[in-house]
Design a protein around this ligand. Sequence first.
Ligand code: SAM
Ligand code: SF4
Length: 432
Amino acid sequence: MNEYDTNRIYDIAKSINYKKTNELSKADCYVLNTCHIREKATDKVYHDIGRIKKNFKDKKKPIVIVTGCVAQAEGDILLEREKYIDAIIGPQSFHNLNQIIKNIEKKSLRENSTSFDVKEKFDTLNNFKNSDSSVSSFLTIQEGCDKFCKFCVVPYTRGAEFSRPTKELIEEAKDLAKNGAKEITLLGQNVNAYSHDQQKLSTLISRLSEIKDIKRIRYSTSHPKDFTKDLIEAHKSTNKKLMPLIHLPVQSGSNNILQEMNRKHTVQDYLEIIDKLKAVNPRVKFSSDFIIGYPGETENDFNDTLNLLNKIEFINCFSFIFSPRPGTPAAKLTEIDYNVSKKRLTIFQKTAEKIKLKYKKSLFNKTTLVLFENKTKIKNEFFGRDEYWNPVIVKTKQNLKGKLREVKITGGNQNTLYGEIDEKLKERDFAA
Ligand code: SAM
Ligand code: SF4
């Protein structure tokens, strides 16, 4: 979501003549867009500002703005401790960016803008065309969260659940398609809680599937509690545009821990959703998020998590040691020994990597459909992703950007697959 926000922050600043630059020591305005989901984010802000200061030691000070969830959660402290920061802007206030920049330029005013004006934000953003021209683009459809898992900062930094109007999303998706997008990933902290005027995520997907140039649709991140029947039905193999990889965070394989976390679902609920999805579409596969070493996690709880990992054989896992986030209920709990958590994380990740490698090897010598996104730094190499979001690299002299091609997988490792294109095969066309 920060990537989407960063693009939109640029769209806003562009209207007052700011341009992106790769020459970091020459910029006259820095916007540091931050994430607060795990530790070290605040340290990174101070570190980045230290680098900017060093670059500008003998030059005019640039404007320095901190946006995102660190700004929301720790704005006052940042402004107090680091005088080099000109403004703090929360994730629901960045539509005010241009006014804030003008105030800094004219009056050297320091500002702290962290109110939750999410509707006003999107209403304002609609005045700025989304200029993202990536083959695979993000589209934020929902923000915030009402679930209050005990470990998570999102309800405090992004605020309550908010869904954008469907009409506005279709317009933005059409703009992205005009810019060259072939794939759209619908984003939300709780994307499947999307609801606006009787429209749900399933109906939105079906409306977006009508846009001819959009060939692939994904969504992230879902919560098991909101995995409704209509969304399961949307995965029927008849919808060729909705990709068969479902990212469904479970966090733990132990019901005790899930309850402690206030997740509002059990392991059995989770397994039931998976079974139902496989019943409507046997091609679906799953990826997930896990928190290891949550306060109170016993060896048995951890083994339950390992068992779940082995049972589902997730093709991709994001796993993190529990990080106490200031202001969340879990931050007050007694942490378990860090070395125990570290050991468990290593065991978990090794198991997950083994599963991933076995899966990747099962793709060798098979043909898969790849959407190509860009050239790599190596001559005549193109990067793309298959339906399951697996990175695929091929050697070719053709310009494949934005093309869907059948690729024969010739090898690879747990991260990247390598393949070759049957140059005679025509681009496969998808029915809308
Ligand atoms: N809404 C999604 C869900 O319900 O699972 C997750 C979104 S959360 C912004 C992204 C991921 O960050 C979570 O799935 C969780 O694994 C991880 N995460 C969040 N808070 C964390 C914490 N305090 N410590 C470690 N990992 C955390
Ligand atoms: Fe955070 Fe997801 Fe829980 Fe909401 S549902 S509080 S975003 S982990």
